[in-house]
Design a protein around this ligand. Structure first.
Ligand code: FAD
Length: 318
């Protein structure tokens, strides 16, 4: 079922959803089930599965030269989606990137998803690979998510890259796109970022999931600006309970999300990891309650491989 249908069916009630990462190469599928199982009692209608492109690793050889190796540390997005749909009977939403994909790769990826009965995809550009300053698309790939959305939407209309493709069966994906309550790090300003968000939606995006944020005022302001710009699509807030002191530095840098002073002060007062975790949970519950009161369609949690704190948060809300 499509995300828009899940929203319509809930009749204004806020629902629970979450995102998982494929496990590191070498781990088996059970590690994924172990992180999903504790969250199933909160009835998520869908689970997102992130996509991780290749990375470059440099290995020092005996002669002192460096050997460049291409590795994918977290493959398995499509297989995990199929396994989730099979085991839990909920919708799995694979993330699909511009980065590392030619248009041909994208088309073949989408055909696989369609054959697996997957109804939704989250279309993203992806970040620059480590060691590169700017995002570089594949030679025959897409530079921005709005172009990727256009290709998915074309396939939904039965338009394949090669016009001579026989039959031209239509796919039927509901397309999610990313939004940034504190703007995307590369965007010159919020207006420009919202302009391109609107383009993603005009090209076929059906709903928005936001980057994590820790200050609800920023989310509400973002939604207001989107609505003023004529964006009508549902906007789903992305949340993450802060869980370690290290994240005070990591989150602003990696996700361009500012941490409110009150949260920083509470974390700095903590004497051990357990206390930090509890502060993160309390903050996230407070954010969630306020967002629910405003009628958001979903609370979408970033699990980043850990589900115990999300379980504690969800048990106070759903
Ligand atoms: P875009 O929408 O293409 O925007 C990128 C930047 O370019 C923005 O600054 C935008 O304003 C600007 N822009 C957009 N279109 C144009 C244009 N036509 N001309 C000029 N400028 C333009 N990353 C992963 O690798 N795997 C994942 O699974 C993953 N999941 C994510 C899920 C969510 C909900 C979110 C919020 C992010 C996720 N990311 C993931 C991270 C994402 O790939 C990065 O944030 C990336 O840098 C931007 O992706 P985007 O789709 O928002 O890009």
């Amino acid at each position: 079922m499509k995300v828009l249908e899940h929203i319509a069916k809930a009749n204004g009630k806020t629902q629970f959803s979450f995102e998982i990462l494929p496990p590191l190469k070498g781990q088996n599928i059970q590690s994924i089930f172990d992180s999903i199982d504790p969250l199933m009692e909160f009835n998520p209608p869908f689970i997102d599965v992130t996509y991780h492109r290749e990375e470059y690793v440099y290995k020092e050889l005996e002669n002192g030269l460096l050997e460049k190796k291409v590795v994918r540390k977290r493959p398995g997005t499509v297989g995990i989606c199929a396994a989730i749909q099979n085991k839990y009977d909920v919708d799995a939403i694979p993330h699909i990137l511009c980065g590392g994909f030619t248009k041909e790769d994208t088309e073949n990826f989408l055909i696989d998803l369609d054959f697996l009965g997957i109804d939704n995809v989250m279309a993203l550009r992806g970040d620059a690979v480590k060691n590169e300053t700017y995002f570089t698309p594949e030679k025959k790939g897409h530079a921005y998510a709005e172009e990727l959305v256009k290709q998915i939407e074309a396939l939904n209309r039965g338009t394949y890259l090669d016009a001579e493709t026989l039959n031209q069966a239509q796919t039927n994906f509901c397309i999610g796109v990313a939004g940034y309550p504190e703007k995307h790090a590369e965007a010159p300003n919020m207006e420009s970022d919202i302009h391109f968000l609107k383009k993603k939606l005009k090209n076929g995006g059906a709903y928005v999931v936001t980057q994590m944020f820790f200050d609800n005022a920023k989310f509400f302001q973002f939604v207001k600006k989107c609505r003023e710009a004529g964006i009508e699509a549902p906007i789903i807030p992305g949340l993450k309970p802060l869980s370690s002191k290290k994240q005070l530095n990591l989150i602003p840098q990696r996700f361009n999300a500012e941490l409110p002073d009150a949260l920083i002060q509470e974390v700095l007062k903590c004497k051990d990891a357990e206390q930090v975790k509890n502060v993160g949970i309390e903050w996230c519950v407070m954010q969630s309650k306020e967002l629910m009161a405003e009628g958001v369609p979903f609370l979408h949690f970033y699990s980043m491989g850990k589900s115990d704190n999300i379980r504690t948060v969800a048990s106070q809300l759903f």
